[in-house]
Design a protein around this ligand. Structure first.
Ligand SMILES: Cc1cc2nc3c(=O)[nH]c(=O)nc-3n(C[C@H](O)[C@H](O)[C@H](O)COP(=O)(O)OP(=O)(O)OC[C@H]3O[C@@H](n4cnc5c(N)ncnc54)[C@H](O)[C@@H]3O)c2cc1C
Length: 353
């Protein structure tokens, strides 16, 4: 699978164009680049990592997307082992404590029930940044793809500036509803593409999630190791970013459950911030009015796929190949997304040239 020798030299031409520099796009891109493919990664944000997201709030460093990840499969395991050797990720714990509600009580994890839960050593973006360093060409950040079309047997990706990238194949890792918007804008809808494939993609739904980052005057009261899963109520998860080892100053990340996030998605951010602080009150050492020195609320519209497919990828078009992958393909979460990216790279490598 490569561009024909005599391909017209219009626009920028590549073997593979990847939409999105999250973990799926980067595992696919680095695998393909390592086999000599000319790969370009287009990312709408200023930074890389997608939902593996780390941000500075005041003096604090906060993970505000994925908090940790598991490794069960061999392909992702090999990548994580190499990243661990490079000092990019390490094992955070075997299993987190859980609380019945955000107010407790806390149940300590059973020793024998765990497997390693991994963290980035400088925040969750450490792993995506490590992958970017292995790419021969930089990720094109702040490049929002607006349409994907087929032109003379190749894939054409048009960004918001009206610039085009032409490639023999495309990998699309944007959350699926956003991917379908790009195909629609490029005219790639049924009957031009298979109706059943389109319907399969259109059925994928996502849960939203609020992620509130707080900078605190004093360390939080969260138990070791600084991550707490909450079984019921509006709060789903809490992280102490200082205990986690990524923030030099006390900081909490509070993540809301999907139904709360959906019900309040368009509410005034200050009201949502106040509600989440009240709910996390048992873990803040003192009056929040005095102890919370800064806050930042992130709204993730497409946080978790509700009904991910079992398949690691779906090809919207075989010729030229246009493939969707990411955490909606293979079960949700970081490991599924990474494994899906690795699978799509193998799938493209097997296509006849
Ligand atoms: C709050 C939260 C908590 C989470 N907690 C965990 C956890 O603890 N453990 C776990 O395993 N998983 C967790 N997850 C899920 C995990 O983060 C995701 O499953 C995984 O990171 C998805 O990776 P991806 O590459 O498929 O997608 P993404 O990371 O979303 O990457 C897609 C990329 O495409 C870019 N993009 C989109 N549209 C365009 C466009 N038009 N042009 C250019 N670029 C575009 C986006 O900016 C993004 O960078 C969490 C997610 C959230 C939001």
């Amino acid at each position: 699978m490569s561009l024909p020798e005599n391909a017209a030299a219009a626009d920028a031409e590549y073997d593979v164009a990847v939409v999105g520099a999250g973990i799926a796009g980067l595992t696919a891109a680095t695998t393909l680049a390592a086999t000599g493919r000319r790969v370009v990664v287009l990312e709408k944000s200023r930074g890389v990592g997608g939902r593996m997201a780390t941000r500075r709030v005041g003096e604090a460093v906060c993970d505000h997307g994925a908090q940790q990840f598991s490794v069960t499969g061999r392909a992702f395991g090999n990548l994580v082992t190499a990243a661990e050797t490079a000092g990019v990720v390490d094992s955070w714990c075997q299993l987190f404590p859980t609380a019945a509600t955000a107010a407790g009580p806390v149940t300590a994890p059973l020793d024998e029930a765990g497997h390693a839960r991994w963290r980035g050593t400088r925040g969750m973006t450490s792993l995506p940044k490590y992958l970017v360093a292995a790419l021969p060409t930089p990720v094109r950040t702040q490049t929002r793809v607006e349409a994907i079309s087929i032109d003379a047997g190749r894939v054409r990706l048009t960004d918001e500036q009206g610039q085009h990238v032409v490639a023999a194949a495309a990998i699309v890792t944007a959350p699926v509803p956003q991917a379908l918007d790009l195909f629609t804008a490029g005219g790639l809808t049924p009957p031009l593409v298979d109706e059943a494939t389109w319907e399969t993609l259109a059925a994928i739904r996502y849960e939203p999630c609020f992620s509130l980052m707080l900078v605190l005057k004093r360390p939080s009261l969260l138990p070791a190791p600084g991550g707490l899963a909450v079984n019921s109520g509006p709060v789903a998860w809490l992280t102490d970013n200082q205990q986690k080892g990524i923030s030099s100053v006390p900081s909490l990340t509070i993540q809301a459950r999907g139904d709360f996030s959906r019900d309040h998605f368009d509410d005034d951010p200050e009201e949502v911030t106040g509600q989440l602080i009240d709910l996390a009150r048992p873990w803040i050492d003192g009056d929040p009015a005095a102890v919370v020195v800064a806050s930042s609320l992130q709204r993730w519209k497409f946080a978790f796929p509700e009904n991910p497919l079992k398949a690691p990828l779906v090809a919207l078009s075989q010729q030229p190949p246009i493939v969707c992958c990411g955490d909606s393909f293979g079960g949700g979460l970081v490991e599924a997304a990474a494994s899906s990216g690795l699978a799509v790279a193998r799938w493209l490598e097997r296509l006849p040239g």
